[in-house]
Design a protein around this ligand. Structure first.
Ligand code: C2E
Ligand code: CA
Ligand code: CA
Length: 819
């Protein structure tokens, strides 16, 4: 507190000094002195004027003071005994604050001064605060990174409207506009059109005093076109009847907003992901009931239960949806995963609300607290039913034969590998190898049909007792475990054969069984070798309609040789010279012993194996179909020989050629045959084709037709090996044939048995009745010759006369015999 006392009485000054202790006191004797002091110092709080001063000086003082500084600044008190005089009124009008009683008692003066002191104190404090606030505001206003707008709302035409009074630098930075532009155009121009409506509504409520402040998040379009987000706080400052100021604080929140948006986007993406996943996401407690705490929407589609049904296990616990056989296993697996901190992955089945079973894949992991205690598990459960079905289908396909549905060779192989070595196990193979030849006549789908029927017959026979496999197209394998002895294996094989024979087709194509006793060869064979060995056994005696053959080590040697021959056949059929050639065996008329023809017998010779018997290579040539090109080679060579005979002066001599069923089945057989023989200019009446009787059984109509065509051309047809196999005269009568070649076994018996026990003569007699010519094969001695002559066998062939002879030798024999 700073006071100035203007008095010419020392007593007055003394009295004031005593009353205002703790004040800075100054004393001047007249107004003149006071004016010059106040001109330099303007911070006085109280000025005391004594009534002892000249009245004119006092008036002059107040007039001057008014001009000097803020009249409200210092309070001036006139000290007088008479407070209600005109003079006092005059000076109060001139700016004097009040007249106070001038008395001898300090106490009274003190009381008089006190309220003024209080006011001054408050005023000082206020002034100090105000100046502080002002500078603070100024700093904030100018330096703050927050945009500030000082606005004013005014009543214009009865409506409240707002205008911008001032904006700070920060807002200019935020908006990139100049101050003038903002003051002129206000907020609407720079606000994003999508946000103006909302902003306008808030301003209206604010202007109408419905709200005293508001906050809005909105977008500004900066001068450069960039869109930014701002948070705006609008507060009313002071209001009177017709106007009010308000403050807008504008903060650039674009960055936060972008992060927020990105977050929202990722949240949205997460929820979209969770609700669209073909499975369910979950979080559950590790308690006995696996209490679910979160379940995503995908649950409904996966299980048929809604997430609400499962959360807190309200309607059902997920554990109860798991097919019961997996529950314990899953629990154990989860416990393992929790202990090891590993991710968990498991496939199992669930039972949906509609009782449908589904395969699911669960992937998850445990969540641990600070103390490393597992608190929950989180994961996803996917529907993998389709994949599982596909896998199962693939597995089925990889293990099964597509044609018959039986387990296939690969699966047999894996089963064989798992066999216990010390048990008596056997692999039996039922072979329908002739089924292949049916394809040539009736098409492949027909043979497929037969294979299907036969395989299923065997499968049905053994049912669940034995494992049945489709080893190849024409072979069915049966795994026989813990058999007793060979006899029991034969019994099983017979069962299979008999079951197959219930189908008529088996009587035509036959059914040969091979058995491999695994216990005896297990140590040195792998699974594939076992299957091959059983197959080799099944190919033994294949010429018989049915047979049961055990595998022996000799057989594997045979197979090795067979495959060598097959390879050689394939190799040399394109380069036949020296390797394929014919020998010719004379056929003599019984009565005249003159050569009436030759049988062409083929030979195959290679360095590695020497000369190979046709008994051995012809079946292999048939198997590999090499017989087709080979047949043409034989025809050609036979033609050359026949031509040589013609040229040698024996044009009526007959050439007899063996043909295989496969050759005859060829569509072009007859035309090719004609073409070739006309090329060598051979009279077809001198050509005979020898066919074995067994081939008629399965292709009777087709083959008989072809034979008919050939016979119409003059070609003779002979039935070879008559008496073996299925032939009977009844059957032969239906066939269009000319000659019967009685098999060697009937001729051999002539040597050993008495005449009355021989059927050979009956065969000859019967053949003659049917107008067939009869040839006896393999005549080796005089007794046979005599017998055959006696019973009027037409023609004879055998070592008794000649072995099959090479080209030249055969011609020589002809000259010598026929002269
Ligand atoms: P196959 O048609 O019955 O031929 C007769 C076989 O008996 C010939 O054996 C012949 O050498 C033999 N043989 C002839 N007389 C006697 C005899 O007095 N005693 C003995 N022990 N054997 C005799 P090969 O030449 O080994 O022919 C065997 C079989 O091979 C033939 O039997 C025939 O089925 C087949 N074959 C031979 N050449 C051909 C051919 O070019 N094409 C076809 N498809 N098969 C052929
Ligand atoms: Ca023959
Ligand atoms: Ca024969």
């Amino acid at each position: 507190m700073k006071t100035l006392t203007i008095s010419n009485s020392y007593e007055t000054f003394y009295c004031i000094t005593k009353t205002l202790q703790n004040s800075r006191m100054m004393h001047v004797k007249d107004t003149q002195e006071a004016i010059s002091l106040l001109a330099n110092e303007d911070d006085f709080d109280l000025i005391f004027l004594d009534d002892t001063l000249e009245k004119s000086d006092v008036i002059e003082f107040f007039i001057t003071l008014e001009k000097l500084n803020n009249p409200y600044r210092a309070r001036s008190l006139f000290l007088t005994q008479e407070k209600d005089t005109d003079f006092v009124k005059q000076i109060i009008q001139l700016g004097c604050t009040q007249a106070v009683s001038k008395c001898s008692s300090n106490d009274i003066l003190a009381e008089e001064i006190k309220p003024h002191l209080e006011i001054m104190k408050l005023k000082n404090q206020l002034d100090r605060n105000l100046s502080h606030q002002h500078s603070l505001f100024k700093t904030i206003y100018q330096q703050s990174p927050i945009g500030i707008v000082l606005g004013n709302k005014q009543k214009i035409n009865g409506e409240w409207e707002g205008i911008f009074l001032d904006v700070n630098q920060a807002l200019l930075n935020i908006t990139n506009y100049k101050k003038e532009y903002l003051l002129q155009h206000g907020w609407e121009r720079i606000t994003h059109p999508e946000d103006t409506q909302k902003n306008r509504e808030l301003y209206q409520a604010f202007y109408n005093n419905e709200i005293s402040k508001f906050t809005i998040e909105k977008r500004y379009i900066r001068k450069d076109g960039e869109i930014i987000w701002v948070l705006m706080d609008v507060t009313s400052l002071e209001t009177d009847e017709s106007s009010s100021t308000f403050l807008c604080l504008i903060q650039n929140v674009t960055e936060r907003k972008l992060i927020e948006q990105a977050l929202q986007e990722s949240e949205r993406a997460k929820s979209v992901l969770l609700s669209n996943l073909p499975g369910m996401a979950y979080r559950c407690f590790i308690d006995n009931d696996w209490t679910m705490k979160f379940v995503s929407l995908g649950c409904l589609e996966l299980t048929g239960y809604s997430p609400e049904d499962l959360i807190d296990n309200k309607t059902i616990a997920f554990n109860d949806i798991i097919a019961s056989e997996y529950r314990q296993m899953l629990w154990d697996k989860w416990q393992e995963a929790i202990v090891s901190h590993d991710a968990f992955e498991y496939e199992y089945e669930i039972i949906c609300a509609n009782k449908e079973r589904k395969w699911v894949l669960e992937k998850g992991e445990a969540i641990y607290d600070d103390k490393n205690h597992a608190v929950a598990i989180e994961g996803m459960i996917f529907n993998i039913t389709r994949r599982k079905n596909y896998e199962e289908k693939l597995k089925f396909l990889s293990e099964h034969d597509t044609l018959t549905g039986l387990y296939n060779r690969e699966y047999l192989s894996t089963r064989l590998k798992k066999l216990q070595p010390n048990h008596k196990n056997a692999l039996m193979i039922v072979n329908f190898h002739r089924v292949n030849s049916l394809s040539l006549t009736y098409g492949f789908s027909f043979s497929e049909q037969i294979v299907r029927e036969l395989s299923r017959t065997i499968l049905a026979l053994f049912d669940t007792k034995r494992e049945v496999y489709q080893v190849s197209f024409e072979r069915v394998g049966v795994l026989i475990k813990n058999y007793d002895d060979q006899e029991s294996l034969i019994a099983i094989a017979n069962e299979a054969i008999n079951a197959c024979l219930t189908l008529d087709i088996t009587k035509i194509i036959g059914c040969n069984v091979g058995i491999l006793q695994i216990d005896e060869c297990y140590c040195d064979c792998d699974a594939e070798q076992m299957i091959r060995n059983a197959s080799i056994a099944s190919e033994q005696h294949y010429k018989q309609m049915t047979s049961i053959n055990f595998f022996t080590s000799d057989l594997s040697i045979t197979t090795k040789r067979e495959s060598e021959i097959k390879n050689a056949l394939i190799q040399y059929v394109d380069n036949p010279d020296n390797h394929f050639y014919l020998n010719f065996q004379p056929i003599l008329e019984t009565t005249s012993k003159k050569v009436v023809g030759f049988e062409a017998l083929s030979r195959f010779e290679i360095d590695e194996l020497g000369s190979i018997s046709p008994n051995e290579f012809i079946p292999l040539a048939e198997e590999t179909q090499v017989i087709l090109p080979l047949g043409d080679i034989i025809f050609e060579k036979a033609c050359q020989f026949k031509q040589a005979c013609d040229k040698a002066g024996y044009p009526h001599l007959q050439i007899s050629i063996n043909i295989s069923m496969l050759q005859l089945l060829k569509d072009e057989f007859v035309s090719d045959f004609m073409l070739l023989f006309s090329k060598y200019d051979i009279d077809l009446k001198t050509v005979q084709l020898e066919v074995t009787e067994s081939i008629f059984s399965d292709n009777f109509i087709n083959l008989n037709e072809k034979l008919q065509q050939l016979r119409l051309l003059g070609v003779k047809i002979a039935i070879d090996d008559f008496g073996t196999g299925y032939s009977s005269f009844a059957r032969e009568r239906e066939l269009m044939i000319d000659t019967i070649k009685v098999d060697k076994q009937f001729i051999d018996r002539i040597f050993n048995l008495p005449d009355n026990q021989l059927v050979t003569s009956d065969i000859i007699a019967m053949a003659h009745k049917l107008n067939y010519r009869v040839v006896a094969e393999g005549v080796e001695n005089k007794r046979q010759y005599d017998y055959l002559s006696k019973y009027e066998c037409d023609l004879l062939q055998g070592y008794y006369f000649s072995k099959p002879l090479p080209f030249r030798d055969a011609l020589d024999f002809l000259h010598k015999q026929n002269g």
